[in-house]
Write a protein that binds this ligand. Structure first.
Ligand SMILES: O=C(O)CCC(=O)C(=O)O
Ligand SMILES: [Fe+2]
Length: 456
């Protein structure tokens, strides 16, 4: 049933996309920019986001649920202190509850039978003193009611939340949780032990604290026989910004992406807000760009898979990579990668694309595809909660957090928060290249399947 729903939703969105955005998907500016565990649980969130694996895990869970329907499940060992270090925000941080807002953990503390769940919730990803009260659920309705009383009603949130297990496997959407047989729900959640609830309906890495490192298991590294383990380090909590410590894209892959794009590079566009209609994109962005379609290119397919496992978000949420080239002095002033519905109210094309705000870019995986001799950093102007800057082109180091380019490096930053709301702190730009040239690329990821690859 779930697969059928996904399929129907997929077909429907493909049809919509054909109607609304196919004519200029790659040509117009609609996909251009909006201006304006060293100590980890290495086996936790060991990622296997591929839909085949996810569905096989699901059917395993379902099978187990059926066969253990009358047996007793032991209390979960998964919510111990190790997971707290790797998932919870520090309750001493005065911003903890706001940093984790919209992300909740459910620890299955005790399960007398697999039809009664006893749950300790960690609301907004912090541990409170005294702890949030434990609750028990014996039916889909009581579970749904209990969760709603803690995370708010669906009407208020405007979308389905989504549940993942501690290995990053998708378990249930809110609707599935309510429509699935309760003994399957109960058994699946008990086996998971630790459940992550994202109000915004999409997986987002918790930052935990600056400098936190976690291991992520990556599928799609050609040279490996199995998944390779990479380290994701938290650079800033606000905005939520991470860097992969190891080289993510090989030198050969970087060269391949450059070579394929070079003949097609054109002056970059921006998606103009209502107030900026009539202005030239070069007022903010002077680089060249090209949307490089993955198609049947094995190198790009591998990179897309790698991004999928890095972000835990399925490939069909990805746009084609937007390759960027900057020569000396070229830059991109401060902007957001999300589309703020308030800024596009009279732009029907964009409003349709973002379903008036329900759909948006959730994450940017940003690739550095060359070394840069001087300048060309990515600047996060509002890092650590800074006020909106007056000058969106001032890359002085004291004005924010700067990331230095390095060939093959990637960073991830999130444009939406855990609750699915746009994050104004994600304001960022590309500082002018001072010496040499800069090749880089945007891999934008949406909070819903978009099937952009259908247009290959
Ligand atoms: O070039 C950079 O460092 C950032 C570019 C960017 O933010 C964009 O193209 O959206
Ligand atoms: Fe950007």
């Amino acid at each position: 049933m779930r697969d059928i729903i996904v399929f129907i939703a997929g077909v429907a969105s493909v049809l919509l996309l054909r109607i609304y955005i196919a004519p200029d998907l790659h040509a117009s500016n609609i996909h251009e920019h909006v201006r304006v565990l060293s100590a980890t649980v290495s086996n936790s969130l060991s990622n296997s986001i591929s839909s085949q694996r996810a569905s096989s895990e699901r059917s395993k869970a379902t099978t187990t649920a059926t066969t253990t329907a009358t047996t007793t499940t032991p209390p979960s060992p998964k919510c111990d202190n190790t997971w707290k270090e790797n998932f919870l925000y520090d309750s001493n941080d005065p911003f903890a509850a706001s940093l984790g807002k919209g992300l909740h953990y459910l620890c299955i503390t005790e399960t007398k039978t697999d039809t009664i769940l006893q749950i300790t919730p960690f609301i907004n990803a912090v541990e409170t003193d005294p702890p949030n009260p434990i609750f028990a659920a014996a039916s889909a309705e009581s579970l749904a009611d209990n969760l709603s009383s803690r995370v708010g009603s669906r009407e208020r949130r405007g979308r389905d939340y989504i549940l993942y297990d501690g290995n990053g496997e998708k378990l249930f959407t809110e609707t599935e949780l309510q429509t699935e047989n309760f003994s399957v729900v109960s058994s699946t959640l008990s086996q998971a032990g630790l459940v992550l609830l994202f109000e915004g309906g999409v997986f987002i890495w918790p930052g935990v604290k600056v400098g936190h490192q976690r291991n992520v298991s990556i599928i799609g590294s050609e040279h490996e026989n199995g998944p390779s383990i990479l380290t994701l380090e938290t650079l800033t909590l606000r905005p939520l910004l991470f860097a992969v410590k190891e080289q993510f894209v090989s030198d050969e892959e970087c060269d391949h992406i450059q070579d394929r794009s070079r003949p097609h590079m054109k002056q970059s566009g921006v998606s103009l807000m209502d107030k900026d209609k009539g202005k030239a994109a070069t007022e903010w962005r002077t680089s060249s760009t090209y949307f490089l379609r993955t198609g049947s290119d094995e190198v790009l397919r591998t990179v897309d898979r790698r991004v999928e496992s890095l972000t835990m978000i399925e490939k069909n949420h990805q746009e084609q990579i937007q390759v960027l080239n900057y020569g000396p002095t070229q830059k991109y002033d401060g902007h957001h990668d999300y589309f703020d519905p308030k800024m596009y109210a009279s732009d029907k094309h964009t409003m349709d694309l973002i379903k008036s705000g329900r759909r948006n870019r959730v994450a940017t995986v940003f690739f550095y595809l060359s070394e840069v001799k001087g300048g060309g950093e990515t600047m996060f102007f509002r890092a650590n909660g800074k006020a909106q800057p007056r000058n969106l082109a001032d890359c002085s180091p004291e004005n924010g957090h700067k990331v230095k380019p390095k060939k093959g490096k990637v960073i991830i930053f999130y444009s939406l928060d855990f609750a699915g709301k746009v994050d104004p702190y994600s304001l960022h730009g590309g500082c002018p290249v001072l010496d040499g040239e800069k090749w880089s690329g945007n891999k934008w990821i949406w909070n819903e399947p978009m099937h952009f690859s259908e247009y290959n």
